[in-house]
Design a protein around this ligand. Structure first.
Ligand code: TMP
Length: 210
């Protein structure tokens, strides 16, 4: 029996980029190729991190300060890494996560102005700096993403639902800047058009050598 080495992949993007649909399609496609895939998400992905997720997503919009939020995301990530991601990679499995560190860099670090250095410092403490082997950034024009997110969230918005267009633009800009600063790890993937085409683009971006 051959051993497939584990690989760590993250899927990133703003709200409404189609991450959930693509997570399912991509996991199925990778499993069809014979990989043992762990499908996970942030905030969450382990029992402790899911408990922190509830603290983050439920309640009033002003429940936490931006700094407290950044630390809660980092704490959730630390548990997710220690309890789910590292054990899976050590066992030779592929890990596909819906959001990871780059979400904290784009939302808290960029849009909330905490700064990338401080977010990276929290990540060094919490998760010993673990980075994905490949990060897939789904991009969509903001108007289209907003329309998709509104249709999806009708009637059940979380604490972050009320952010304005300026905020989402800052998130999108921060994601693109991160991708351009780390071209070996990132691939920018166009999320427009039929979902099947987007999945094909994602698979090509995974196959693309560093
Ligand atoms: P979701 O839309 O993928 O379910 O993510 C939940 C929200 O949490 C979304 O508004 C993005 C936000 N988020 C951060 O602000 N920082 C993070 O580190 C993560 C993982 C998510």
């Amino acid at each position: 029996m051959t051993t497939t080495p584990g690989r760590f992949l993250s899927l990133e993007g703003g709200e409404g980029a189609g991450k959930s649909t693509q997570m399912r399609a991509l996991s199925a496609a990778l499993r069809a190729r014979g990989h043992d895939v762990v499908e996970t998400r942030e905030p969450g992905g382990s029992a402790g991190a899911e408990a922190i997720r509830r603290l983050l997503l439920e309640g009033a919009a002003d429940r936490w300060t931006a700094r407290t939020e950044a630390m809660l995301f980092a704490a959730a990530r630390a548990d997710h890494v220690a309890r789910t991601i590292r054990p899976a990679l050590a066992a030779g499995r592929w890990v596909l996560t819906d959001r990871f560190l780059d979400s904290s860099l784009a939302y808290q670090g960029g849009a909330d102005s905490i700064g990338a250095d401080q977010i990276r410092a929290l990540h060094a403490i919490g998760s010993e700096g673990l980075l994905p082997d490949r990060t897939l950034l789904l991009t969509l024009p903001l108007a289209e993403a907003t329309a998709r997110a509104a249709a999806r969230d009708a009637g059940h918005s979380d604490r972050f639902g009320a952010r304005d267009a300026g905020y989402h633009q800052r998130v999108a800009d921060a994601f693109l800047a991160l991708a351009h600063a780390a071209p070996a790890r990132f691939r920018i993937v166009d999320a427009t058009g039929p979902a099947e085409r987007v999945t094909e683009r994602l698979l090509a971006a995974i196959d693309d050598p560093a």
